[in-house]
Ligand binder design. Sequence first.
Ligand SMILES: [Zn+2]
Ligand SMILES: [Zn+2]
Length: 135
Amino acid sequence: MIEELRQLGFRRTGGLVDLLTAMVRHHLPYTLAELAELPGLKERDQATIYRLIMKLKDVGKVRQLNLTGRVIHYQIVVPGHHHDYLICETCGGVSEVPVACTLGTVERQIMKRFGWKGLHHELEFYGVCPACAAS
Ligand SMILES: [Zn+2]
Ligand SMILES: [Zn+2]
């Protein structure tokens, strides 16, 4: 990915490498505040992280999610890989659906039988997270 980014005009800085490493590691949607707390990014200048996120977003490598309508989450884009999300209506927390998604089968059926191409999806499940449910 670094190589591709270099071709897009990014400089291979420690900040960029650390940011990509952190975002790929758990591959979750992060808020800027959460990103700033990740190992490897804690010591970094927050403004630099923010600028890098914006630049990555501009070239389509990071997606901006506005799932809760409150906080913006950012997620690294991995080609051929999609996400379904669990959103807590109480605390606004966002996490990924922890079970394998089976909808690829449905997509393939629709493409095959009805002639659609390039079908993809992204689901949002709303509810109350375990932590909020317990309190
Ligand atoms: Zn919650
Ligand atoms: Zn899915």
